[in-house]
Design a protein around this ligand. Structure first.
Ligand code: SER
Length: 355
């Protein structure tokens, strides 16, 4: 247990928000197998029993409720925060102001807590933030095709509330890491207690595909939905055209990459935000593989114009060179390997065990 500058002793902890979501599932399992400080997890809903067992404590808490967060964090010294709570792109378009409240104001609360804790204990609090391909935005399909693989600082003109929120929060993270309260009294008198108290690191996730869970409220959901429907023996109507192409990776790859970025020495990181992705199939290519492994699958394409335009505004592929060079990111699967080695065996077992 460590002592704060105020003399209080608190339990060291890794704090996870939005812990009940898809990424939370994978992350809690990976972190709990590691010798880490205690996991303190929050979500709006109760976590399932299996996840709860892997955490030191779990709380029902809204990231927008600063008082609730303060009350529960009063017991811990937060070393790292994985801030996963968010309203995804499709759901955010149904209630944009609510999405802004959760995605932006929730993130400000987390960054402020990190800054306060970093200052109190005199060591930086690591904030690991998942951003998204939604941070990009093309005005037309022709522009998307012409751009090819995009790097982190190109084409950042998101067309969704979720994308705007994620892009802005990336900037907020940089601000808290480098310029927080730069004109405050305690910053201008030489003894800068605010600088470096937040160690902000961010990955831009592509669409994620898990064999264990199904996403809700996203626009890249057509790939996991198609696969899970086939494994359950249900027909699936895909809401985008067959030629729609965006980057994806499997959930275990995303978790590994996130933890690898979190563990990288600060001195090796040359930027705040990193693209990661493993493959960029079209919806039609995914459907063909799904049918290969589940020959009875019934998949049809009935594009929803509005969700299609969101997918068309996202890049077809990502340039991940910075992540490769700075912290050794490397995809472990091609799309075919992902199906053969991870998705199909795990998903088949999962639905066999429930039938
Ligand atoms: N999966 C996210 C969404 O569809 C994009 O990163 O909203």
């Amino acid at each position: 247990m460590e002592q704060s500058t105020l003399g209080e002793r608190r339990q060291p902890a890794v704090f996870i928000t939005g812990a009940g979501g898809e990424v939370g599932h994978g992350l809690i399992t990976a972190l709990s197998g590691d010798h880490r400080p205690d996991i303190v997890a929050t979500d709006l809903r109760d976590l399932e029993h299996g996840l709860r067992k892997q955490c030191a404590s779990t709380y029902l808490a809204d990231v927008c409720d600063r008082d609730a967060l303060d009350r529960l964090l009063a017991m811990y010294q937060v070393k790292e925060i994985y801030h996963l709570a968010a309203v995804l792109s499709t759901r955010a378009e149904l209630a944009p102001e609510v999405a802004h409240q959760v995605n932006v104001n929730g993130t400000v609360n987390i960054l402020q807590i990190a800054a306060e804790q970093g200052r109190m204990y005199g060591e930086p609090v690591k904030v690991v933030f998942p951003s998204s391909i939604a941070a990009y935005g093309f005005g037309s399909l022709a522009q998307k095709t012409e751009a090819g693989a995009v790097s982190e600082y190109e084409h950042c003109k998101p067309s969704t509330m979720y994308g705007c929120n994620k892009l802005y929060c990336e900037h907020l993270g940089r601000y808290y890491a480098h310029s927080y309260r730069q004109l405050a009294q305690d910053s201008v008198q030489g003894d800068d207690k605010n600088r470096g108290v937040v160690d902000f690191r961010c990955v831009r996730y592509p669409g994620l595909i898990s064999a264990e869970t199904i996403p809700t409220g996203g626009t890249s959901d057509f790939v996991p939905e198609m696969l899970h429907a086939a494994a359950r023996g249900e027909a699936y109507t895909c809401f985008v055209r067959e030629d729609s192409r965006i980057p994806f990776m499997t959930m275990p790859e995303a978790i590994d990459a996130t933890l690898k970025l979190a563990a990288a020495p600060r001195s090796t990181l040359t930027q705040i935000v990193y693209n990661i992705a493993s493959f960029s199939p079209s919806a039609g290519e995914v459907a063909a593989l799904v049918k290969h492994y589940f020959p009875n699958a019934v998949i049809s394409f009935e594009p929803d114009e509005r969700r299609q335009s969101i997918v068309d505004s996202w890049p077809a592929s990502l340039d991940c060179t910075a992540a490769e060079n700075d912290w050794g990111f490397a995809p472990t699967h091609t799309l075919e390997q992902a199906f053969e080695e991870y998705l199909v065996p795990r998903i088949t077992k999962q639905y066999e065990s429930v039938s």
